[in-house]
Design a binder for this molecule. Structure first.
Ligand code: GLA
Length: 384
């Protein structure tokens, strides 16, 4: 059964009636621009064909009940629990967080029954959390007829994650999941939230993006992510700028010379050069030079490995094996310490590159990776 049918069937079975509608939101990968979003910088993610679907209908008692195929027990909560971050935990916190963010923004959120099914793997760094937040947000906005323009959705979904769930993430994931467009990468200025849809025509260039799920156990990912973010904020303060976005590449050496320790210098160098790599990638894509972006992707990986220090052995192995097998570029995508790698490859070579990565994993005794090729797909939609 496909994911939309699973959500519908789950809804019927759990609640004994038909849903009023179904809303689908994708996972995402980031083509380039890592740990730049919370530094007010640039990112270039795209939405995946893998989606989370929420089937929903209004609940007259004004409460929220959520069932997920991942967990047979439904979770029920009312306004009191939604208004107190932390009261609802586990996967349902993403749902309660959206209710919380909408109520905090002054909306009269309709009570609802929801059923969730998903093809976005959880814990792989493909933004399963942004997918469920965004699908639930779209459902509640529609069911309640709420006056909330779509440009404001990413910020609200991010607030659900930051303030209710308690993860200090940036605006990239929710933006990609909500504003992504088929055949395009989303060039986002995270300071102004201005977006430009950049044509990313893989088929036309006879190329493919291979995504490798490293299956690496997440090693202290949450704590390390928060530490990187704090480190960047301290560095910006030390340099007297609002955010590291304000350090131009041309001023990098001068900025580094003003910083006391080597670790901070390397963190800053990653962010400043990564912002420039996003701009350079966008320029190449605008010129239709998709293949030529490969070296920028690889340089981004090297910067994450050596300067930002957020990669792990499985991830580095996947990148090296993909490059040795002929990928034009390869890099970790997402927050780091596990998650996925993406590689830009000839369309006809995707299977061979995937096999080479799998073999390199076996040689090192790692758990076999997952592999799939993906095309940029559309953001959150109502299915009917
Ligand atoms: C995670 C966060 C994003 C972003 C990336 C790193 O995916 O949710 O906001 O910071 O890490 O680029």
């Amino acid at each position: 059964m496909n994911v939309a049918d699973r959500a519908t069937a789950g809804f019927r079975q759990r609640y004994g009636v038909e849903p009023a509608g179904r809303w689908a939101a994708p996972g995402r990968v980031n083509l380039i621009g890592e740990h730049t979003d919370y530094n007010d910088g640039f990112v270039l993610p795209f939405a995946l064909p893998l989606r989370t679907v929420v089937a929903a209908a209004p609940a007259p008692d004004g409460r929220w009940t959520v069932w997920s195929e991942l967990d047979d027990e439904p979770v029920e909560f009312g306004a009191a629990e939604a208004d107190e971050p932390g009261r609802v935990d586990g996967w349902a916190a993403y749902v309660a967080g959206v209710v919380w963010a909408l109520r905090a923004d002054g909306h009269d959120v309709p009570g609802a029954r929801l059923a969730v099914a998903s093809d976005v793997p959880v814990g792989s760094g493909l933004s399963s959390s942004a997918a469920i937040e965004s699908a639930v947000l779209a459902a509640l906005v529609d069911l309640g007829g709420l006056d909330l323009p779509a440009e404001r959705w990413p910020r609200l979904a991010q607030r659900a994650e930051n303030d209710y769930v308690g993860a200090p993430t940036g605006i990239m994931d929710q933006s990609a999941v909500i504003r992504g467009r088929a055949g395009h990468a989303l060039f986002l200025d995270c300071r102004t939230e201005e977006v430009e849809q950049i044509p990313f025509d893989l088929d036309g260039a006879r190329l493919a993006v291979l995504v490798v799920d490293s299956r690496a156990p997440h090693r202290h990912a949450d704590g390390e992510y928060a530490a990187r973010r704090r480190g960047c904020e301290h560095a910006a303060t030390a340099l007297g700028v609002t955010a590291l976005r304000d350090v131009p590449v041309a001023g990098l050496d001068a900025a580094l010379a003003r910083l006391g320790d080597d670790e901070t210098r390397r963190r800053v160098r990653h962010v400043v050069t990564e912002n420039q790599r996003v701009l350079d990638t966008v320029a190449l894509l605008r010129a239709g030079r998709v293949r030529d972006t490969g070296p920028l992707l690889t340089a981004s990986h090297v910067s994450m490995r050596d300067d930002f220090e957020i990669t792990v052995p499985e991830i580095d192995t996947a990148v090296e094996a993909a490059l040795s097998a002929g990928a034009y570029g390869a890099r970790m995508t997402g927050g780091g310490f596990g998650g996925c790698v993406l590689a830009l490859v000839d369309a006809g070579a995707a299977d061979a590159v995937a096999a080479a990565v799998t073999e390199a994993y076996a040689e090192r005794g790692f758990t076999a990776p997952g592999t799939l090729t993906v095309l940029p797909s559309s953001g959150v939609t109502r299915l009917g």
